[in-house]
Design a protein around this ligand. Structure first.
Ligand code: GUN
Length: 328
C-alpha cells in the first residue's frame, strides 16, 4: 500500500509548486523557497485512494469480494449528513462496498443498540461507524462500548485506544492515522524531536500525543500536550520542532508562537464569515497560515491538508478489518 512511487511524487509536487512560485516570480525569496514546503493532503489522499483501488482490483482478479463499510446516521444534522455522504462516496471511488443505515432522530437507545448488535454479527460487513454526535437523548458512550473492537474502524472503542497506548495492533482514529501517514510519507523525522500537541480531544489531541511518544516511526518524540488550562501555552509551542494544532479555534496559533523551521500540522477546520466570497464563509485552520507559512519548514494548508486524509484513513482501516490484520 505504501509504495515509494507515490511518496516521491507527492513530495516533489509540493516542493516544485513552492519553488516555481518563488523562483519564477520573486527571486529574492530564494532562501525561503528552499526552506518551506507544503504538506499536500489532497495529493496524498489521491495517491492513497489509488493504492486502495489497486488493492480492490487485485481482490477482484482473485474472485474475492471487496471490503465493506457500514455507516449508521441518526437524525438530520446537516454536517453529519455531509460527512457520511463523503464516506459513502469515497467507498464508491475506490470500489469498496458501503451500506448506509439512516434512522430518525427519535430512535430509542435500545433500537440503536440492536442495530449495533446486528452489524457486529453480520459477516458481510467488515467494519462500521456510528456517526457522532448523536441526539442528546442517546448515550454515545454505551453505543461506542457496544461496537465489536474488531469492527471499530473509527478506533474509538477503549479496547482500541488501550491497545494503541500499549503499541499493540489496533485501529487508529482516522485523523491521527492520516497525520501519521503524512509524516511517514514525507519522511519527516520525529525521533527525539520536541512535539507540542495543542488540544486534548479523544479523537485527535490525545491519540496524537500517544502515537508520537510511542516507540516507532513516526514516534519516539518528546511530547507536550497543551489544553485550555495550560499556563503560558505560547511558551510551550515556541519550543516545538513539530506543532499539532487541534484546538478548534480559528488562527489561534500565531506567528510569534512558532520557532523558525518548525513543522506545523494544522488540524483545525473552522468556518468563518467571509461576505466577499460566494458562499459567504471560508474555512480556516487553527494556525494563522499566511504569516506562519514563510517561517515554517513544512506546513499543512487548510483546506487541502490534514482534512483530506481523514476519510481515506477510515478506508485504510476498513481494508485492515477486511484482512483481519488487527484481530486475526
Ligand atoms: N463525527 C465527527 N468525526 C467523526 C468520526 O471520525 N467518526 C464518527 N463516527 N463520528 C464523527
Amino acid at each position: 500500500m505504501n509504495n515509494g512511487k507515490s511518496r516521491v511524487s507527492v513530495f516533489e509536487n509540493a516542493y516544485l509548486t513552492i519553488e516555481s512560485l518563488f523562483f519564477g516570480y520573486f527571486g529574492f525569496f530564494l532562501i525561503n523557497s528552499l526552506s518551506m514546503a507544503i504538506l499536500d493532503g489532497r495529493a496524498l489522499a489521491k495517491a492513497i485512494r489509488q493504492e486502495l483501488a489497486d488493492q480492490v482490483s487485485v481482490l477482484a482478479a482473485e474472485q474475492k469480494r471487496s471490503p465493506h463499510l457500514a455507516a449508521v446516521l441518526v437524525g438530520d444534522d446537516p454536517a453529519s449528513q455531509a460527512y457520511v455522504r463523503n464516506k459513502v462516496r469515497s467507498c464508491e471511488k475506490v470500489g469498496f462496498q458501503s451500506t448506509l443505515i439512516r434512522k430518525p432522530g427519535t430512535i430509542s437507545q435500545a433500537e440503536l443498540m440492536a442495530i449495533v448488535q446486528q452489524l457486529n454479527a453480520d459477516d458481510s460487513i467488515d467494519g462500521f461507524i456510528v456517526q457522532l454526535p448523536l441526539p442528546k437523548h442517546l448515550d454515545d458512550t454505551e453505543i461506542t462500548l457496544a461496537i465489536d473492537p474488531a469492527k471499530d474502524v473509527d478506533g474509538f472503542h477503549p479496547v482500541n485506544i488501550g491497545r494503541m497506548a500499549q503499541g499493540l495492533p489496533c485501529y487508529i482514529p482516522a485523523t491521527p492515522l492520516g497525520i501519521m501517514e503524512m509524516l511517514k510519507r514525507y519522511n519527516i523525522d520525529t525521533q527525539g524531536k520536541e512535539v507540542v500537541v495543542v488540544g486534548r480531544s479523544n479523537i485527535v489531541g490525545t491519540p496524537m500525543s500517544i502515537l508520537l511518544s510511542r516507540k516507532g516511526n513516526p514516534g519516539n518524540a518528546t511530547v507536550t500536550m497543551c489544553h485550555s488550562r495550560t499556563q503560558d501555552l505560547a511558551a510551550h509551542v515556541r519550543r516545538a520542532d513539530i506543532v499539532v494544532a487541534a484546538i478548534g479555534r480559528p488562527a489561534f496559533i500565531t506567528a510569534d508562537m512558532i520557532k523558525p523551521g518548525a513543522v506545523v500540522i494544522d488540524v483545525g477546520i473552522n468556518r468563518v464569515d467571509a461576505p466577499e466570497t460566494d458562499k459567504g464563509y471560508k474555512l480556516i485552520g487553527d494556525v494563522d497560515y499566511k504569516v506562519i507559512a514563510p517561517q515554517a519548514r513544512w506546513i499543512t494548508p487548510v483546506p487541502g491538508g490534514v482534512g483530506q486524509l481523514t476519510v481515506v484513513s477510515l478506508l485504510m482501516n476498513t481494508l485492515r478489518a477486511y484482512r483481519k490484520e488487527v484481530y486475526p
